[in-house]
Ligand binder design. Structure first.
Ligand code: GLU
Length: 312
């Protein structure tokens, strides 16, 4: 079931994981996606990405929504919670299982580390070991723990697969999915749905045409494109925005203790987020005035809305 309004040329979204309140970096991503939707005359949605429930404290979703409302970033439709979308993720996994692209994996982290070590080659990607494909051709008597998607070019072979894509800010990108990422998890050993599957199913269901998000997520894009291909979903356009770095030069994130957004003066918070996105100082006394001027400035910067390449 698709909710896409066939007339909608642009549907954007902000998809926070409610692991805590928004911080300055998340406001930058939220504002960028809102501005891009407004500058292109599109709709803007909010999706609460709470699939990783143990990491989402009670009430954090309401807090995030009230922070967004405080800076007048209001969605054009009621927000969607991923925790209510499990049947859709299950249906997608069923399809991938039936087509042979998804397979069960019985490996623990230790099994994976040992298999890699025995090959004398330790590959790590953001602290995750690149899966060596141990269960690709069967579980060898082990119980299934997780489900993975094959990162190869054919469902029954080993051929390497390179995914090429274009980012509106970063330009042409490409990633060797097989070698750099490996067969990735769709349903985790702890029974939780993986971000990659949930995000692709929901972007497709919500008719999202434009993903605007922080650059730290750019690296996930090839996995998401592959899943879109496997599930017959259209590929959105992508724009990854610059990251907000903390004083230590690291990306601001809840994990490294970024403070919650200071909304004592919400207009000042918007101005700070706009400056991070390279917007000029704007004459405005109220938030609606500032947001309207910011959308106009964003539109000029994007070539009056004519910058969007056609959808693939
Ligand atoms: N939920 C993800 C996060 O908060 C963002 C997902 C996305 O924009 O694709 O990091």
């Amino acid at each position: 079931m698709r909710r896409l309004d066939a007339r909608a040329l642009y549907v954007g979204r902000f998809a926070p994981s409610p692991t805590g309140p928004l911080h300055e970096g998340s406001l930058v991503a939220a504002l960028a996606s809102w501005l891009d939707a407004r500058a292109h005359g599109g709709r803007w949605l909010i999706r609460i990405e709470d699939v990783d429930r143990p990491r989402c404290p009670a009430g954090a979703d309401a807090m995030v929504l009230s922070q967004l409302a405080r800076v007048r970033l209001l969605p054009d439709e009621p927000p969607v919670w991923q925790s209510k979308r499990e049947a859709a993720y299950r249906a997608a996994l069923d399809r991938l299982q039936a087509s042979g692209w998804a397979y069960p994996c019985g490996c623990s982290r230790k099994d994976i580390a040992e298999a890699i070590a025995s090959r004398g080659r330790q590959r790590e990607r953001h602290g995750e070991l690149v899966y060596p494909g141990t269960c690709r051709h069967g579980l060898n008597g082990k119980p299934a723990r997780a489900w993975r998607l094959r990162s190869t070019s054919t469902a029954d072979g080993e051929g390497a697969l390179r995914i090429a894509w274009r980012d509106r800010r970063l330009g042409e990108q490409s990633q060797d999915l097989t070698d750099e990422v490996g067969d990735f998890v769709l349903l985790r050993a702890d029974g939780l749905w993986a971000y990659q599957l949930a995000v692709v199913v929901d972007d497709g269901w919500q008719g999202v045409t434009d993903v605007v998000r922080g650059e730290d997520l750019a690296d996930n894009t090839p996995r998401q494109i592959r899943l879109q291909e496997m599930l017959g979903l259209p590929r959105p356009r992508y724009l990854h925005t610059p990251l907000v770095l903390g004083g230590n030069g690291e990306k601001l994130s809840k994990q490294n203790g970024a403070r919650a957004l200071d909304l004592g003066d919400p207009l000042a918070a918007l101005r700070r987020a706009g400056a991070r996105l390279g917007l000029p100082a704007l004459e405005a006394r109220t938030m609606p005035e500032w947001l309207a001027s910011a959308a106009a400035a964003w539109s000029v910067r994007q070539g009056g809305g004519r910058d969007l390449p056609p959808l693939a």
